[in-house]
Design a binder for this molecule. Structure first.
Ligand SMILES: C[S@@+](CC[C@H](N)C(=O)[O-])C[C@H]1O[C@@H](n2cnc3c(N)ncnc32)[C@H](O)[C@@H]1O
Length: 157
């Protein structure tokens, strides 16, 4: 997929990194780099306005209100995403947690000066963007009777 684009994946847990490395080897992908650790650490090292896309795929939902500050969709990370995306770059989120969906809409509304929600129809958030690759968690979620929601935001120039 997209051999002319470079991808950087981040995952703190060794098992997840090992599984991803096996896929990279089996598919002979040459355009993927992995960071074992916090995605925000690797993001902070990337030059500003360098990225075309940031994908946040089924982040841990931290459903309890007292843990809300651990959610990746929070003011600090969203400011970092805004700094690292090119003008017109896209931030894409998938989550199957309705609470996280509502939370994300609320946080992103606070960042409307940086990000424009690219919803074109009322139920846009129920359909994946074209060419979407379902992740392992996304497929598991559907098997278990839940459904992913999708949000797309464009970095304001
Ligand atoms: C629900 S799983 C989703 C995994 C995968 N993205 C998918 O959709 O199949 C959430 C993943 O986020 C990882 N994670 C949690 N905090 C992270 C962080 N700060 N940076 C990078 N990955 C993180 C967890 O280790 C876990 O593997």
């Amino acid at each position: 997929m997209l051999p002319d684009n470079g991808f950087i994946g981040a995952e703190p847990f060794l098992n997840g990194v090992a599984a991803a490395l096996a896929q990279i080897r089996d598919r002979q992908l040459r355009n993927v780099r992995l960071w074992r650790g916090d995605a925000l650490e690797v993001l902070a090292r990337i030059p500003d306005a360098a990225l075309s896309f940031i994908y946040l795929l089924h982040p841990d939902p931290w459903p309890k209100a007292r843990h809300a500050k651990r959610r990746m969709v929070s003011d600090g990370p969203i400011d970092l995403f805004a700094a690292k995306l090119k003008p017109d770059g896209e931030f894409r989120l998938a989550t199957d947690a309705p609470t996280y969906l509502n939370w994300s809409l609320m946080v992103m509304q606070r960042h409307a000066h940086q990000f424009e929600w690219l919803a074109e129809r009322p139920n846009d958030f129920l359909e994946p963007p074209s060419g979407w690759m379902e992740t392992r968690y996304g497929a598991k979620s559907r098997r278990e009777g839940r459904r992913p929601y999708y949000l797309r935001y464009r970095r304001q120039p």
